[in-house]
Design a protein around this ligand. Structure first.
Ligand code: GLA
Length: 383
């Protein structure tokens, strides 16, 4: 990928620049908890975005996406927002850096990625983090990594229409090879957990349904609004409920009649999920993968029946996993399509993959994709 980028860079801009990269992510458990101030447990993966970047001495960004085979030029003022969705991410990162007092001037870039798009592996966070890191480096803005992650998140909020939490950008900026990160999304305190499933006799594998349902971002924003509504209802009686993650299950019961049933179910899922992250990490520290895996199934149930962000294809993959005695399996990321993440004993791996791919294809008419997960480094300069 680096060579392809460099070749194009030379063709377009004459002289080479510096290379930066960042990563997509997986999340073991803790879904839709981030914007509720709860815990998440992600890790960066060995699939990401790479960009060659060089200052061009103008007030303009000149960007080429190898994957879209498309060139875009834009200025750095608020009203220069480009038409192309992929360029909006870069534009957003520039604007959010400027808003934080950072210096940004014109630069040239060519970039490419190998994060499967629409699979729920956060290709967008990888793109944002690559450029947040690169710009910070090139202009020596001295912005810390927490703020770089927030630059990516604000880009989603203000330029891409998704009111996402901090998980994806955090994982992408703080990712460390061989480690998962347990992040408290309220305080941003985090802890690395060395994670080596192979050593314990397991494999971590993603099965990509290759479906992406429409309106995912508006449905996502709607889930978030439900959670905020439930938290606000409890706050009337329990002023300490700043986020939904501060609430207790019994407090939710108290306001059951005051909020729509839908909001109740969403909140019920989130309150359970926040606790599950802590229990999952405890189990993992004891080396008890079987208990941890069972919690992944519980998360799937909650995401499917209470939070309603699964779909037929993902529920099907989850059932196949259960049938094949897979230790843990669930829909991963925002939902509405994308992947399941599966923790499976090594000796059951081949049979599971075979059963999942053939039965899925039989039912839905297309084969799912299979990705083995390698936990890797996040945003960085590539020498
Ligand atoms: C998307 C968002 C994240 C998070 C997950 C669900 O990936 O970008 O902030 O909310 O969905 O856990």
């Amino acid at each position: 990928m680096k060579e392809r980028i460099h070749e194009k860079f030379l063709t377009l801009f004459g002289e080479g620049g510096m290379v930066f990269a960042s990563a997509g992510r997986v999340n073991l458990i803790g879904e839709h908890t981030d914007y509720n101030g709860g815990y998440v447990f992600p890790g960066a993966i060995d699939k990401g975005i790479m960009a060659e970047v060089k200052l061009n001495g103008t007030g303009k960004v000149r960007a080429f996406s190898l994957d879209y085979d498309e060139y875009v030029e834009f200025g750095l003022e608020e009203d220069n927002k480009p038409q192309q969705a992929w360029a909006d991410y870069i534009f957003g990162v520039c604007r959010e850096t400027i808003k934080r007092g950072g210096k940004v001037e014109g630069f040239d870039t060519v970039f490419a990625g190998d994060v499967p798009l629409g699979a729920g592996l956060s290709s967008s966070a990888a793109l944002e983090s690559t450029f947040a890191y690169a710009i910070n480096y090139l202009f020596q803005n001295g912005i810390d990594k927490f703020e770089l992650a927030k630059i990516g998140q604000s880009t989603e909020h203000n330029y891409c229409g998704v009111k996402c939490g901090i998980m994806d950008q955090f994982a992408s900026c703080f990712g460390k090879k061989g480690n998962l990160i347990r992040l408290n999304c309220k305080t941003l305190e985090y802890k690395y957990f060395p994670f080596d499933p192979e050593a314990a006799g397991y494999k971590l594998v993603l099965i990509d349904s290759c479906v992406k349902h429409e309106l995912a971002s508006s449905a996502y924003n709607k889930r978030r609004a439900s959670c905020e509504n439930a938290a606000a209802a409890m706050r009337k009686y329990h002023p300490d409920v700043e986020f939904l993650s501060d609430a207790k299950r019994v407090w939710l019961e108290e306001v059951r009649d005051e909020i729509p049933e839908e909001d109740f179910l969403r909140a019920e899922y989130v309150i359970g999920e926040v606790q599950r992250v802590l229990d999952f990490c405890d189990a993992l520290e004891r080396g008890d993968y079987e208990t941890a895996g069972e919690m992944m199934y519980q998360t799937h149930f909650g995401m499917s029946k209470l939070y309603e962000v699964s779909c037929e294809e993902l529920d099907f993959l989850n059932k196949v996993a259960r049938k094949c005695d897979v230790t843990g399996s669930r829909v991963m990321g925002g939902g509405f399509g994308g992947c399941t993440i599966n923790l499976v004993k090594k000796e059951l791996y081949d049979a599971f993959i075979k059963e999942a791919t053939t039965s899925f294809e039989e039912k839905f008419g297309h084969a799912p994709k299979v990705y083995d997960v390698v936990i890797s480094d996040g945003a960085r300069r590539v020498e």
